[in-house]
Design a protein around this ligand. Structure first.
Ligand SMILES: Nc1ncnc2c1ncn2[C@@H]1O[C@H](COP(=O)(O)OP(=O)(O)O)[C@@H](O)[C@H]1O
Ligand SMILES: [Mg+2]
Length: 252
């Protein structure tokens, strides 16, 4: 189920130019992301989706333009100020979901140890609640190597949710998962968004996921933002790179 439009924006990007060394991966990108919606960032491999995420997360310095997350201009800030914004956002990375030497519960407890000064018993209670929220009750004592791909993503999601993020960033959460497991992750994201009202920014190339969960689609092509609108309008777009993407052809 999708929410109604709420106009308050949580992320404002204006004239963003970003890249690696002298190479531009993103050139003059502008958009605003509305609070409480699920925004899918799409486009063929190498189009700059992860780079865009990294710039919104303060993980790289952009060359010019402005990236405001929850009202904070990311580039201008000290590490302390960027950390304050990070404490209000959760991230589910494409790879490196869990630390293999720790149990699932210890992995999920990490944000509490890093960001919060909490009693161990309170941490245990929180971790149990989080695991229940993502459908992993009872899996806390397992090691990551004992989990299926879908369960690892759920555990990583529980860890990302520990700080009760206002914005959740996910980079290809369904990469390598089968369609049934992908659907499960999508349904989980929808129910979490409904429960918490958080904004979700998700990089995905899964066409079923896009139509299931995306309230808005941002289509990157050739370093630019080619389209920003509803998933239905994206699917019906007359722009060739978007048509090609939905036909599953390389467009970048
Ligand atoms: N660490 C890096 N150093 C140099 N170039 C990079 C780096 N990461 C990505 N790139 C380049 O930037 C462009 C965008 O990459 P990326 O944001 O990872 O794309 P996507 O996530 O859409 O597949 C690509 O041309 C890629 O080769
Ligand atoms: Mg990527």
């Amino acid at each position: 189920m999708k929410t109604d439009i709420i106009n308050e924006s949580v992320i404002e990007v204006r004239g963003l130019v970003a890249g690696y060394g002298r190479t531009k991966a993103l050139d003059d990108i502008s958009f605003s992301l509305e609070k409480g919606l699920i925004h899918a960032v799409i486009g063929t491999s190498g189009c700059g989706k992860t780079t865009l995420l990294k710039n919104m997360l303060g993980l790289m310095q952009y060359k010019s333009g402005s990236v405001k997350v929850l009202g904070t201009e990311i580039n201008d800030q000290t590490a302390v100020a960027v950390n304050k914004v990070r404490e209000r956002t959760g991230v589910l990375f494409q790879r490196g979901a869990l630390l293999n030497s720790m149990t699932v519960a210890e992995n999920v407890a990490l944000p509490f140890l890093l960001h919060r000064n909490m009693e161990p018993s309170a941490v245990t209670t929180e971790v149990e609640m989080l695991l229940k929220q993502v459908g992993l009750s009872g899996a806390g004592k397992k090691m990551p190597t004992e989990l299926s791909g879908g369960m690892i993503k759920r555990a990583a999601l529980a860890r990302a949710l520990a700080i009760k993020p206002e914005i959740l960033f996910c980079d290809e959460p369904s990469a390598g998962l089968d369609p049934v497991t992908t659907r499960g992750i999508d349904e989980l994201l929808l129910s979490l968004r409904k429960e918490t009202g958080m904004t979700v920014v998700i990089v995905t190339h899964d066409l079923d996921s896009i139509s299931r969960i995306a309230d808005r689609v941002l289509f990157l092509s050739n370093r630019s933002l080619l389209f920003h609108g509803t998933a239905a309008d994206a699917i019906n777009s007359s722009l060739e790179p978007i048509q090609a993407f939905f036909r599953r052809e390389a467009a970048c």
